[in-house]
Design a protein around this ligand. Structure first.
Ligand SMILES: [Zn+2]
Length: 259
């Protein structure tokens, strides 16, 4: 059985990540903010929608659920009880979800919102993490209904995964985030190189995602609040009361809000 993971574009820069099972032409989508692009994709590729997984309650992640449920009544909807969708399976931290015999662990990775979930799908020892708006390549989500401490703790938890773990964020924010990263770490060659790559790919209509954890540790300043170069870069722009990783992480988020 071969499973492919492809992005369906929605709105301006959302990705609706789609798991496709070649052996039975079934698909699972994560965070369908819009129904139309999903239905068009399923039609073109002759796929049947069997499940929807939701990471958090924002409309650009849930707006297409009701319409998809109507068109595909057998769709199994997986969400947290606070996500505001009619679901078939209520999940929270510690739950697990099934995808054609493969298992996805559910983690709460709050911060962007309360009850924000990530789905950690394990396919033959390779982890694929659908992380919504918690982690972006080169950045992190804004703090809305969660707290900066929660977001920091979510990052610390994700950092403990194996280096080859693949992340599938829900937005194409990579180039903008990397430009911010360079404003903090102007001598970081990995960020500079990734910015060139991401810009080139996005111009050609290719997603800059997924990305590995090893890559993010090099280019994502929010993964690097304990690194001397990051601390120095933040200190050049704001005065820090201390250099604890949480303090640096919070200062980075504030700086990015105004970047
Ligand atoms: Zn969001």
């Amino acid at each position: 059985m071969a499973i492919h993971i492809r992005p369906i574009k929605a709105f301006k820069d959302n990705y609706i990540w789609t798991l496709i099972n070649d052996s039975n032409n079934q698909a699972i989508v994560v965070d369908p903010g819009q129904a139309e692009p999903v239905m068009a994709y399923l039609e073109i590729h002759d796929l049947d929608l069997t499940a929807i997984w939701i990471t958090h309650h924002h409309m650009d992640h849930t707006g297409g659920v009701a319409e998809l449920q109507q068109s595909y009544p057998m769709t199994h909807i997986v969400a947290h009880s606070e996500h505001g969708v009619r679901m078939d399976q209520s999940v929270k931290d510690g739950s697990s979800v099934n995808a054609w015999g493969y298992s996805a662990q559910v983690w709460e990775v709050a911060g962007h919102t309360q009850s924000h979930l990530a789905y950690l799908l394990d396919i033959e020892s390779q982890k694929h993490v659908f992380c919504g708006d918690t982690l972006f390549s080169g950045g992190c989500g804004r703090v809305f209904t969660g707290t900066i401490e929660e977001l920091y703790n979510s990052f610390e938890r994700l950092k403990k995964l194996p280096d080859e773990t693949l992340f599938y964020p829900a937005h194409e924010y990579t180039a903008d985030n990397l430009r911010f990263g360079l404003s903090i770490e102007p001598n970081n060659e990995a960020i500079r190189h990734s910015l060139l790559e991401a810009t080139k790919n996005v111009e050609r209509g290719i997603a800059s995602l997924p990305v590995t954890l090893a890559h993010e540790k090099q280019v994502n300043v929010f993964m690097r609040p304990d690194m001397a170069d990051t601390i120095e870069g933040v200190s050049r722009q704001v005065s820090l009361v201390d250099t604890k990783p949480l303090t640096v992480f919070a200062a980075l988020r504030e700086l990015k809000n105004n970047f």
